[in-house]
Design a protein around this ligand. Structure first.
Ligand code: 5GP
Ligand code: ZN
Length: 112
């Protein structure tokens, strides 16, 4: 979608560090990491958020990709956090559905 930051990243128009890719999903390192591992897992197809049609299937693909990423990073035992900020009150700033996956340190709850 035009004017979508993550669509531009997926198209390669804006550089990013890709840590995972399959036919439906990519994962990139967050530009402002909040933990030693902080990746954004997102569908290649533009889907705005969890309220969009088809979002449940997208979420399934994101969770499958996240499971591989944390396993490859060696975090399955220590644990990690997966977050899907949605909409204004959810703190979503980029309106292309994405899952934050954070790990590699002890994380507070609730987040600051
Ligand atoms: P949201 O607030 O929408 O849940 O998360 C958006 C995330 O995208 C933020 O954590 C922010 O640091 C990250 N981000 C914003 N711009 C860029 C960028 O150009 N490249 C990368 N890799 N991450 C970005
Ligand atoms: Zn997009």
């Amino acid at each position: 979608m035009e004017n979508c930051l993550f669509c531009k990243i997926i198209a390669g128009d804006i550089p990013s560090e890709r840590v995972y890719e399959d036919d439906r999903v990519i994962a990139i390192r967050d530009i402002d990491p909040q933990a030693p591992l902080h990746v954004l897992v997102m569908p290649k197809e533009h889907v705005q958020d969890m309220t969009a049609p088809g979002a449940a299937e997208v979420a399934d693909a994101l969770f499958r990709a996240a499971a591989k990423i944390v396993s490859d990073a060696g975090l399955s035992e220590s644990g990690f956090r997966a977050v899907l900020n949605t909409g204004r009150d959810g703190g979503q700033t980029v309106l292309h559905m994405h899952m934050h996956v954070l790990g590699g340190r002890s994380l507070q709850w609730p987040p600051g």
